[in-house]
Design a protein around this ligand. Structure first.
Ligand SMILES: Nc1ncnc2c1ncn2[C@@H]1O[C@H](COP(=O)(O)OP(=O)(O)OP(=O)(O)O)[C@@H](O)[C@H]1O
Length: 214
């Protein structure tokens, strides 16, 4: 279970305050709000990439507010995917395992397992540079899921995709949510995407978080 309690974040003139919500295992939270409303700021604070001024981030009631990102058990797919262009697909998916010093054979097994789950087996030896948008999203998901995180944070994973690929990735996300029973937090601008994926929707407006009915 992921919980934010009285979270307050301040960066320059922009601030978020009184951020309170709870997402249980197996739930799919979609976070909405117009451009500049603070969605990325909030998700980055949950992942440990932004400083929190006040309040707490809890994972299964453990206070993780002051842990570094690598200790939080959170997989993160940033807005542009941020794949490593000097690495192959397999190396991208295995990256977090390498820095966690997993043995080579175990990394290969996990990469293969994720490649099957995400439908990128045939791409493992390719460079990520010339992959399609949908393929890049699959690889970014693989990299985020590699170390069995308990939370998966996705920053607009569908925004750069054409309609057909969007539908394909929505199906994949529905499938992952059902199979892996994680907490998923997904930023989206699209109400129709949110309605297809979410078990709950929250919206940021003027620094305040509001529940949206499905
Ligand atoms: N390091 C920073 N210093 C000062 N202000 C910042 C900093 N980072 C972001 N901001 C401001 O915080 C506000 C929220 O930005 P954020 O990227 O979280 O919005 P968003 O809702 O994710 O937007 P979008 O939908 O366009 O991605 C914006 O006004 C932005 O300019």
């Amino acid at each position: 279970m992921l919980q934010c309690v009285d979270l307050e974040i301040e960066q320059g003139a922009f601030s978020l305050s009184n951020i309170n919500f709870k997402v249980d295992k197996g739930e799919y939270l979609v976070l909405m709000g117009k451009t500049g409303s603070g969605k990325t700021t909030l998700i980055e604070a949950i992942c440990g990439l932004r400083k929190v001024k006040k309040g707490q981030v809890l994972l299964h009631s453990n206070n993780i507010t002051n842990l570094v990102p690598g200790q939080r058990q959170i997989g993160y797919v940033p807005q542009d995917g941020a794949l490593f262009s000097t690495m192959t697909v397999a190396e991208n998916i295995g990256f977090a395992l390498k820095i966690r010093k997993w043995p080579k054979l175990k990394i290969e097994e996990r990469v293969q397992e994720l490649a099957v789950l995400l439908g990128v087996e045939q791409l493992l030896n390719r460079s990520v540079d010339n992959l399609s948008g949908g393929e890049k999203q699959r690889v970014a998901l693989g990299r985020a899921l590699s170390f069995y995180p308990q939370i998966l944070c996705l920053d607009e994973p569908l925004s750069a995709l054409d309609q057909a690929t969007k539908s394909e990735i929505i199906l994949l996300l529905q499938n992952l949510a059902q199979k892996l029973q994680l907490v998923i937090v997904h930023i989206s601008h699209s109400e129709s995407e949110a309605k297809k994926l979410a078990t709950s929707i929250l919206s940021l407006k003027d620094g305040i978080l509001e529940k949206v009915s499905l």
